[in-house]
Design a protein around this ligand. Structure first.
Ligand code: F0G
Length: 442
């Protein structure tokens, strides 16, 4: 079994060595994916092996990505160095209040915000950085709405490579920018949006030989597909009916679909969950395309807007992969308003779980899918929370203090608000406030 890069366009199907530095097919320009022709695994013994590795202190076994290394055998584990921060290992968290809010009997969050840098990007970045090391790269780059850059900066530091980060100036959360600075990345804030900067960085990578670690890098997606492997391992291989995930550049849903298809082909599972992608109203080109009656050209949104800045992307690179995976799984695409995201986020918070705005699109989207009867209340749903609650504290404070506004300036209601109160340094008056708020009999 020899790992290879393969063009995803069936009519082309060109294959390349995984030691070639390629992001798109040099013949037809389509996206590439990593493939393992002839890969066969004995699912029963491998499942057992993966479970046993949870008891091990070896770095690769402790990683919730490399523990499943039989699914991502693109490096030689004896020869190549792996850049790991023990990523993955993210919990499945039942959330009854969120389930009630969405209108389903039960809901479980797979919370990728528990990762070392606080987002699902770490699952992919450990693979991207490891491949960069294997190729002898000294410098790595990405454009990011914040989480990719935080993750890449950390993994580049671990791997001893120089991280160069391109950010849309003024449109990433402070927490994410702070991470990039703290991990020592050369940070360039460009006066353009994500889509424009990605085009710029693709040209720069070609010209300067810097290794690009955006999600069009097929090795990143190999890592992200293990999120589904870990989820199923944690559920003793019980396949959910739905997996709900927010969509921005659409790398994550593409990775999930690939991973699930491979698990099915290898005999680890006997059916696929349906994939539901949720986009923010002002940045929903996949929603428009998926639901258009005649699927002509894919139309990017030229001026994407949303306070969920992580998914403020109008021209998602991985849309062809995402479309294939969603349709192949029998899934769907939903879109949600700023108000819906903000309220859903507060509900995730009330569950004691919390997440960043883009992640809350999953709960908001699920609620709409249930209302539309696309998802039935009794179905088994896993919603993926992509980023940690502390990624964007400014948004939280504004919501709870009734100061949050949509990008066009309309007020967002603080429907589940929880504003802090200022009280004097006086026990009697504080006791009175407590009694008034919480009731008598304190
Ligand atoms: N949720 C969060 C928290 C994200 O940071 C992103 C993407 C997504 C969802 C969407 O995932 O792009 O795979 O569809 N953030 C990228 C970044 C674009 O630069 O950090 P996707």
């Amino acid at each position: 079994m020899q790992a290879q890069l393969k063009c995803i366009r069936g009519a082309c199907g060109a294959t390349f060595s995984i030691e070639d530095v390629l992001y798109t097919c040099p013949r037809c320009g389509s996206l590439l994916e990593t493939g393992y022709p002839g890969l066969k695994l004995d699912s029963a013994s491998i499942k057992k092996l993966w479970r046993e590795r949870r008891m091990s202190n070896a770095a690769l076994d402790q990683s919730g990505v490399w523990r499943y290394r039989e699914m991502i055998p693109f490096i030689d584990f004896q020869r190549h160095t792996v850049a790991t921060l023990r990523e993955g290992n993210t919990p499945l968290l039942p959330a009854p209040e969120a389930a009630r809010y969405a209108g389903v009997d039960a809901l479980v969050f797979k919370h990728q915000g528990f990762n070392p840098t606080g987002s699902f990007k770490d699952n992919g970045m450990t693979c991207g950085a490891t491949q960069g090391l294997r190729l002898g790269m000294r410098r790595v780059a990405c454009v990011s709405t914040g989480n990719t850059s935080a993750s890449m900066a950390a993994y580049a530091a671990v791997a001893g490579m120089t991280p160069i980060i391109f950010l849309p100036y003024g449109n990433i959360s402070f927490g994410k920018l702070a991470q990039a600075l703290e991990y020592g990345a050369l940070t360039l804030q460009v006066e353009a949006n994500f889509d424009q900067i990605l085009a710029l960085v693709r040209v720069l990578a070609e010209r300067t030989g810097i290794y690009l670690l955006n999600s069009m890098n097929p090795f990143r997606l190999e890592g992200q597909k293990t999120i589904m492997v870990e989820m199923l391992d944690q559920r003793d291989w019980r396949v959910p009916d739905w997996v709900v995930v927010p969509g921005g550049n659409l790398g994550n849903v593409s990775a999930f679909g690939k991973g699930l298809r491979e698990l099915l082909a290898l005999g680890f599972i006997d059916r696929l969950p349906k994939l539901a992608v949720v986009q923010a109203d002002g940045s929903a080109p996949l929603y428009d395309y998926f639901h258009s009656s005649e699927r002509g050209e894919f139309r990017p949104v030229t001026d994407p807007e949303t306070l969920a800045t992580a998914i403020r992307i109008g021209d998602p690179v991985s849309w062809p992969k995402a479309m294939f995976e969603i349709e192949n799984s029998g899934g769907t695409v939903e879109r949600v308003t700023e108000q819906e995201i903000a309220d859903a986020k507060a509900i995730v918070g009330r569950c004691g779980i919390g997440c960043e705005p883009a992640s809350a699109a999953t709960l908001a989207g699920l609620k709409k899918l249930v209302a539309a009867r696309t998802v039935r209340p009794g179905e088994d749903v896993v919603a993926v929370l992509t980023g940690n609650v502390l990624k964007d504290p400014d948004y939280i404070y504004r919501y709870h203090t009734n100061q949050l506004k949509t990008p066009s300036g309309a007020p967002i209601l603080s429907n589940f608000g929880n504003a802090p109160r200022v009280v004097p340094n006086d026990p009697d008056r504080i006791a009175a406030v407590l009694e008034e708020t919480l009731g008598a009999g304190l």
